[in-house]
Ligand binder design. Structure first.
Ligand code: FA5
Ligand code: MG
Length: 474
């Protein structure tokens, strides 16, 4: 997803080139026209929540089921201390399930946790949930959020399924309905999982922070306008923010909303997020930020915030005015509110100057010992080891999907792969068979790789690609 989840499902596999895409824009839950106007018809059923622990339980050593190693057998998967039956939809792998035990955002000296805490300090009176199991129902992840039944985000190519009804959450919004039943100002931090492409800013596991705030519809305008007017520190000389978005039929107000209340809520959303960025980047000399229109099944109107990073726009968050059906289902029909979901790695890349998303998962002390709680400091690179490129060429087939290929690469080679890209494709004029060539860049973050070692991995990869994807090597 991210790039993968929506783009992949809406494009012909044969037209994809991983790096040669026209713009760095990341597709997301909001892919236009994909979700239509399906209304939320779901209600929160408390007994459908899976494995939620009270925060104080997490503090006790050995009491956190998420720390228990997951197991996969022929019939079942045990993760977070719970066992689930597998079925024809199961596509989650051991490599991915093992990541559920790492809980990077709970390690106070880890950059992900440092950023989480700094963001949370911008929202001091928000109730912060940090201990939800990554295993959720498809209802929580999709139906409760008004995703259409045929939304591409549900595709097996983009999402890790434990079985047909149970999956690894693809976003923190999966908990939105539940937390909004409990409080009006909420934050949720969690690890999220998406089958995706491989490059320096995408990883199949990353971290999101969700925030939402609700207001009484009747008093929203007064309360919000007063709050914004009394905040004197709304501009920063070093942060340049542009917003040329306008609310039109393409990114519309919800029919049920009063215009003034909706505009006030939207202003409060952007005001709150601009303030968050100002706090986070207070030491940055020159930061360029922009707001652009977006679409999500669960907000309208919707926007994304992007930061100019290394000459390209990097999407850091999606947000919008919460669909009223969700608030109605949360038992809050008299409220109006906003929500956002941001990628913690994306902000960490910029703030700490971390060059590669894989580093967040490094167990190397040269990485882990660089950082201190509550402190932003620039990452000191440790020596770069040379890459080792290997190509694999095969005749593809109709079922081929690039995310599935990347998954096999990940499974066989793990984090030693820095980058996978399609470098060639052609269709045979007579047979119409399609040939594709992928270049795999093997490079370890912390040691030299040998050609012999990589040849062995590449041989195994060739075997696995044939076995699992039924393609024909050339
Ligand atoms: C969402 O996940 C929505 N749930 C966000 C949202 C919440 C919108 C509430 C409205 C209201 P999206 O798929 O764009 O949207 O992801 C949100 C952020 O997660 C992105 O802006 C980006 O910062 C980060 N992100 C997405 N995919 C990846 C990835 N593969 N690796 C790292 N970060 C990612
Ligand atoms: Mg997005």
């Amino acid at each position: 997803m991210a790039s993968g989840m929506f783009r992949a499902a809406t494009q012909q596999w044969s037209s994809r080139t991983l790096r040669a895409r026209p713009a760095p824009r990341i597709m997301n839950y909001g892919s236009a026209s994909l979700f239509g106007d399906l209304q939320c018809i779901t209600k929160l059923l408390a007994n459908e929540l899976i494995a939620f622990w009270e925060p104080d339980q997490l503090g006790q050593i050995g009491s956190n089921p998420l720390k228990e190693p997951p197991t996969i057998t022929k019939d079942s998967i045990t993760v977070g201390g719970k066992t689930y039956k597998v079925d024809q939809a199961t596509n989650v792998t051991t490599t991915i399930l093992e990541k559920t035990t790492r809980q990077l955002f709970q390690i106070p000296t880890h950059p992900i946790a440092i950023i989480k805490d700094l963001i949370a300090s911008t929202f001091p009176d928000f109730k912060h949930y940090q201990s939800f199991s990554p295993v959720v129902t498809t209802k929580q992840n999709f139906d409760d959020l008004c995703f259409a039944k045929d939304h591409p985000g549900r595709a097996a190519t983009d999402t890790y399924y434990i079985n047909e009804k149970i999956m690894l959450r693809t976003h923190t919004s999966a908990h939105q309905l539940q937390v909004l039943t409990e409080a009006d100002k909420v934050l949720v931090t969690a690890d999220v999982y998406r089958r995706d492409e491989i490059d320096a800013s995408h990883y199949p596991v990353f971290h999101q922070m969700e925030g939402a705030e609700l207001f009484d519809t009747k008093t929203a305008v007064d309360v919000i306008r007063k709050q914004i007017a009394t905040d004197t520190a709304q501009h920063s000389k070093s942060i340049h923010t542009t917003d040329i978005t306008v609310i039109t039929d393409k990114n519309p107000k919800q029919d049920c909303h009063d215009q003034a209340a909706m505009l006030a809520t939207a202003d409060h959303l952007k005001y709150s997020l601009n303030k968050m960025v100002r706090n986070l980047f207070s030491h940055e000399k020159n930061l360029t930020v922009r707001w652009i229109d977006a679409q999500f099944p669960f907000t309208s109107p919707s926007w994304e915030m992007e930061i100019l990073y290394k000459g390209k726009w990097l999407e850091v968050l999606g947000c919008g005015v919460i669909k009223q059906d969700i608030l109605n289902n949360a038992g809050k029909p008299d409220k109006i509110g906003w929500a956002f979901g941001l990628g913690l790695e994306r902000l960490a890349l910029v703030l700490f100057g971390i060059p590669d998303i894989r580093l967040f998962w490094s167990q190397d002390e040269r990485f882990l010992h660089q950082f201190e709680p509550s402190k932003i400091q620039k990452f000191k690179a440790f020596s770069k080891y040379p890459p080792c490129f290997k190509d694999i060429t095969f005749w593809s087939n109709e079922d081929f999907h690039e995310n599935n290929f990347c998954e096999v690469v990940r499974d066989v080679a793990g984090d030693i792969v820095e980058d996978v890209r399609m470098i060639d494709e052609f269709t045979h004029p007579k047979t119409k068979k399609c040939s594709v060539c992928y270049r795999i860049n093997y490079r370890s973050m912390d040691r030299n790789v040998t050609n012999v070692e990589i040849n062995e991995i590449q041989d195994r990869l060739r075997e696995e690609v044939v076995r699992r994807m039924k393609v024909e090597l050339r």
